[in-house]
Design a protein around this ligand. Structure first.
Ligand code: PGA
Length: 244
């Protein structure tokens, strides 16, 4: 794992966007694995600015998002499809037909999750997978549990995640209790993984991801086994990591 230290959120966002921009410039028809949450918003803003400056062309890019709340339609303002449209897709020249987010309303979800994995594989896997990390060490919605789950699947969200995400809903009762997420195997299939983290609430999770044992109780720790991971984190998120 390579750890790039950022001064603050803006610095993290710029550094992360530069890495994604380089990927798009070097391989215009690349496959991006994309993430939602508060952390990547600044990264996407920088990508939009680079597009507007004429430095990026998304016309051949394909994207696969990590996760989606079960039961939310794509036009719900807390769905991750909506988030992606508002924060990135509506502002760049990506073909929406090439953007993929698990369907929160899928009926036969086991078949649909298997199809999602098959589509990622058929696209050649993610050239670059962007990840945030949960306070509890989750990646995507792979929550701490007893085993690493390989493929895209339906998960029960933990109380800690429901609590963390309730800030975006009118009330905690409105937060969906389940979600669909790429599995650990789907994520690990990416050729390169870019993890972004900021703020002291992430410090323990970032430490455990980089230096803890590889255990499913900290799903992000599996990234230690991937050959090409870059972590871009600010000083607060790196507070418990050795200063190398
Ligand atoms: P956040 O979420 O960016 O909103 O902190 C990260 C995550 O849960 O993966």
């Amino acid at each position: 794992m390579r750890i790039l230290r950022a001064k603050d959120y803006d610095d993290m966002s710029r550094k992360a966007a530069n890495i994604i921009a380089a990927q798009v410039q070097l391989k215009p028809d690349c496959v991006l694995g994309l993430a939602t949450g508060s952390t990547p918003i600044g990264t996407y803003k920088n990508l939009v600015a680079a597009y507007e400056a004429g430095d990026l062309d998304f016309s051949e890019v394909k994207s696969y998002n990590l996760d989606e709340y079960r039961g939310l339609p794509g036009d719900h303002d807390q769905s991750y499809r909506y988030f992606m449209n508002v924060n990135l897709f509506d502002h760049v020249n990506i073909d929406k037909a090439n953007t993929h987010v698990p369907d929160g309303l899928m009926e036969d979800y086991e078949a649909a999750c298997a199809e999602y994995d098959a589509a990622v594989a058929a696209a050649g896997h993610q050239d670059l997978q962007l990840l945030g990390i949960g306070n509890n060490g989750h990646i995507g919605f792979n929550e701490p549990c007893d085993s690493f789950i390989k493929g895209t699947h339906c998960v029960d969200l933990t109380e800690s995640t429901i609590q963390a995400n309730s800030r975006l809903f009118d009330s905690i009762d409105d937060v969906p209790r389940q979600a669909y997420t790429m599995g650990i195997g789907t994520i690990m299939g990416a050729k390169m993984i870019l993890v972004i983290a900021n703020g002291d609430a992430k410090a323990q999770a970032v430490h455990d991801m980089c230096y803890g044992p590889v255990v499913p109780s900290c799903p992000a720790s599996i990234l230690q086994l991937h050959p090409n991971v870059v972590v871009v984190a600010d000083e607060a998120a790196l507070a418990l990591c050795p200063a190398e």
